[in-house]
Design a protein around this ligand. Sequence first.
Ligand SMILES: NC(=O)c1ccc[n+]([C@@H]2O[C@H](COP(=O)([O-])OP(=O)(O)OC[C@H]3O[C@@H](n4cnc5c(N)ncnc54)[C@H](OP(=O)(O)O)[C@@H]3O)[C@@H](O)[C@H]2O)c1
Length: 217
Amino acid sequence: MRIGILGTGTLAAGLGEGWARAGHEVAIGGRSPVKAEKLAERLGHGVLAVSPREAVTGRDAVLLAVTWDGVEDMLGLAGASDGVFEGTPLIDPTNAVAHGVGALLTALGESMAGRIAGLAPGAHVVKAFHLFPADQWTGSPGSGRSRVTVAMCGDDAAALRLVGELVRDVGGAPAILGALDRVRQLEEVAGFVIGLAFAGIDPNSAIPHVPSPAATN
Ligand SMILES: NC(=O)c1ccc[n+]([C@@H]2O[C@H](COP(=O)([O-])OP(=O)(O)OC[C@H]3O[C@@H](n4cnc5c(N)ncnc54)[C@H](OP(=O)(O)O)[C@@H]3O)[C@@H](O)[C@H]2O)c1
């Protein structure tokens, strides 16, 4: 696939590396062309440094790997209001949470994915990859890293399928929670995990092991 990444930080590097290793064409666009070039060079595997608009144009999927408060600026740089995202799966991994506390910074009932859908007309927004640290995706195949489930929300079935493939390509298992009207739940889970982790508690220990009906049949 032809994948565009908006942002040049830790998550852009982690997923960029994972997808490039899996054989995808990855193009990185940041607000700083120098940082995009440095990251592309560091990742190798033919990863390209491009402008934000080029990172979106003609791509099979785009990852919006910027801090939550940079989303509006970055979508502006990419030309979102010109309709450049029309029909494109747009992956939202952002966490708008208070650092070290985990409380959501979005207004009650609002979600980052919903905000992004409003700012990028025509995009098929899929919330995914927001829960695991970026280095989850950089292990080489067979490195022994445990297989994790990536819960996702989105309104477009084809976009969810495509992002599911991208999850598998970096060693995860995709799971669809529901449409974007459920995405606030996914965003709250990140706040829950971050809040407990910063309090020194393993978030996994706070979740009951509930076998799924499918697993018990
Ligand atoms: N890192 C992780 O393990 C991880 C895991 C799950 C989800 N996430 C989420 O993924 C997103 C990216 O996280 P990260 O760790 O990669 O952050 P990061 O390393 O701090 O990188 C942030 C990126 O956002 C860009 N940015 C910030 N403000 C901007 C603005 N106003 N306009 C344009 N670009 C702007 C930065 O550009 P400059 O470098 O030019 O400032 C940089 O490219 C966040 O929403 C985070 O919550 C991260």
